[in-house]
Design a protein. Sequence first.
Length: 347
Amino acid sequence: MSLEKLTKDLISIDSVTGSEDQILKFIENYLKDKGYSNNIKVHDGGLVAGNSSESSVVALVGHIDTVPISDEQENINSSEVIYGRGAVDMKSGLAVMIKTLIDFQDKDIIGIFYKGEEGLKEHNGLETLFPEITRKFNVSLGIIFEPTNNEAQLGCQGVVNAELSIRGVEAHSARPWLGDNAVYKTVPLLEDLNNLEPESIYVDELEYKEVVSVTNIRGGTAKNVIPGEVICGINYRFAPDKTIKDAVGKLTNLLSDYGDLSIIDTAESAHPNKSDETVMKFIDSTDVKVEPKQAWTDVARFTASGIPALNFGPGNPELAHKANEHVKTEDLNSGFSLIQQFIKEVT
């Protein structure tokens, strides 16, 4: 079984968020056709492969959806590089998961293939799968196959999405002095946030960089009306030393002088748990580089439930969602070898 061919086959299946049924069926059939004899259960949120028992298991975890395919998506034929949407995020990781399950089905590992990670949090397949997983399995470690350049990236940032309403006074655009243009009133906010340096926060000796960004702006009602309100979308990525309450408080203190802040949604951070015994086993057995995760991942869902977890997968995360998304076959095979090494030593 070729990891390269399996990755290409997975990439060839369009699985944009909301349209994952075809790739889910492919994974189910592939496992069966290649002799995987353990239990395979398909749920609304995805597929779980593995037999439930009282023994502790390592969970291999990967989302099966991708962001939409770009019209400029590169698809270059090469024996050394695999191109296409999902090449790094994260169909190469799915290929490693599938091959590991087949080659080591006598080991205490399970596979979790879930829908909807690239979409809204409430549509994430783990929302419905997770209670079933924790009920049936004693998970000792979750390995989330996000692209990490085959590094162990620990923990993850939390997220606060908010809207900042900056109010002015509407007026006819022929007589702007009778109003107060809300667009112009955003300038101090934009300048201050543009000049705001990332703040380094160290947790377990790992450096997480906190950042606050304006991600969208909307305002105005007509071409001849001075805008009376502008709403700025705010995205705050906070370090694992903070709770959501802490993060909301910090963001409120930072922005309350500019306008009215409304919290839209949040996602918890995940502590790196660098000294956890099972995390250390992975690091020691693979001897991979250890880095912080400068993003949010479903590691947070595991750690919030008391299950140690880490991010690990082939592919450069900086290529995710880009038109030239690709993974080196060398990195793909190296990622599998490292997982193979870990499974052999600790399960």
